[in-house]
Design a protein around this ligand. Structure first.
Ligand code: GKR
Ligand code: MG
Length: 420
């Protein structure tokens, strides 16, 4: 089996104004959909970021993959590195972490190659990743403070403004009622820390048995983080399961870690293998979030799990706004990472679109079944792809910039991380 053609299609997906510490989501989020076609007529699928640098990277590597055997992932890595020497990062300057273009591009094509290999072998992708250790993958409800959507041109809002602790608890009730999530994560760093403390205490009251997390994305100084941990009851009998990226940068996380037993998680300070060693040396974090979109694909995410086990670190899973091909990749990886013991993140409930046949996948009790059919287990809905590509052409949004978008809602907004 050899690759004969690759199609990379940028799409724009209607989004809602979800807030985080660096701003707010734009009216659409961008994704790239990858179709890798082989000489035997099979098509492998991938989905990744859709912002300009990622798209350009995918497009410059695609022609170099002609003739590649999709089973040969070392060859894929080599060709990607050759096509993108010193390519730098993918993210906007306002982002809080950057990911290497070469890792992101490799990851996207790797998923498509594994889809092809699985299809040819007649086995689901998780069989190629060491085998599934679970039949379903459990996700947490991802809660966001948000504005009411001002511009309804590209799609309706979900739930309107949510900018107070009580409104956030209502959002959680909706999410748990609708999807059955059994744990909850709050995107913090948006309201003042006291209001976010109040929110978590009210969530605990409303959901006495749901594990709770908060992710302020580096918004707090070390003293503020310590104050929040104390107010939330610390570790034993406290409100939090873990605290994700409370402080900005590896050294601030290490400074906090030495003063608390609260498990600290990250998808900001450990995003490359080399950083796992630094984090362990500095005892900066106790849990690392994996993600097949930048941890060198599905195989890299599995390697991360093994490294974390050796280092005594826990593993959870990160998400960005995504659709069904990414969801399938996340399911295969999560199923075959034995030490992924926390509920995974997903933005899926915040969108009402999909590009896979059969439409949006329903989930029960906050879980999705692990696909059992060959490959990734999803097929492309070409009409849906064409519609979202058309939206991409019409919107003219080409990069993610939450900070710029925030000025539409708060005209004097200034990005400041940490803020409190
Ligand atoms: O969607 O606003 C968002 C999140 O902040 C996302 O961009 C992060 O990558 O959810 C992610 C996280 O930091 O866990
Ligand atoms: Mg995070």
């Amino acid at each position: 089996m050899r690759i004969v053609e690759i199609r990379v299609t940028p799409i724009a997906v209607p989004d809602v104004p979800l807030a985080n510490t660096k701003g707010v989501h734009q009216p659409v989020f961008l994704r790239s959909v990858i179709e890798v076609e082989t000489d035997c007529g099979r098509v492998g699928l991938g989905e990744t970021y859709g912002a300009a640098r990622t798209l350009a990277g995918l497009r410059s590597v695609a022609p170099m993959l002609e003739g590649l055997d999709p089973w040969n992932l070392n060859d894929l890595r080599q060709r990607t590195e050759t096509a993108l020497p010193d390519a730098g990062g993918v993210n906007a300057p306002t982002a809080l972490a950057d990911h290497k273009l070469v890792d992101v591009v490799y990851s996207a094509f790797e998923i498509a190659c594994l889809d092809l290999a699985g299809q040819q072998a007649g086995r689901p992708v998780h069989k190629l990743l060491g085998g599934a250790v679970r039949d379903t993958v459990s996700f947490g409800g991802y809660l966001f403070f948000k504005f009411a959507k001002q511009d309804l041109t590209f799609g309706p809002d979900i739930l309107g403004e949510v900018m107070t602790p009580d409104a956030l608890v209502d959002q959680a009730r909706w999410m748990v009622g609708e999807y059955g999530f059994r744990s909850l994560k709050l995107k913090g760093g948006v309201l003042e820390p006291d209001l976010e403390i109040e929110t978590l205490l009210k969530l605990r009251e409303a959901f006495p048995h749901h594990p709770l997390r908060i992710d302020p994305m580096g918004a707090w100084t070390v003293p503020t983080a310590l104050r929040v941990i104390k107010a939330l009851g610390g570790v034993e009998g406290g409100v939090l399961e873990y605290l994700e990226d409370p402080c900005r940068g590896m050294d601030a996380m290490a400074e906090l870690s030495v003063q608390t037993d609260m498990p600290l998680a990250t998808n900001l300070v450990v995003v490359e293998f080399e950083q796992v060693f630094e984090a362990v040396r500095k005892n900066a974090v106790q849990i690392v979030l994996s993600d097949p979109h930048y941890w060198r694909g599905a195989t890299g995410s599995i390697h991360l799990g093994q490294m974390c086990r050796a280092a005594g670190l826990g593993v959870s899973m990160h998400s960005n706004s995504h659709l069904g091909i990414s969801l399938a990749a996340m399911l295969h990886v999560a199923a075959s990472t034995p030490n992924l013991t926390y509920d995974c993140d997903t933005h899926y409930p915040w969108s009402s679109h999909d590009i896979v046949k059969g439409g949006r996948r329903p989930f029960a009790d906050g879980t999705w079944p692990v696909p059992t059919t060959p490959g990734l287990g999803v097929e492309l809905d070409r009409d849906a792809l064409a519609d979202l590509h058309d939206l991409y052409s019409r919107t003219m949004v080409r990069d993610r910039d939450d900070t710029d978008e925030m000025l539409k809602y708060v005209p004097d907004y200034v990005r400041k991380v940490p803020r409190w």
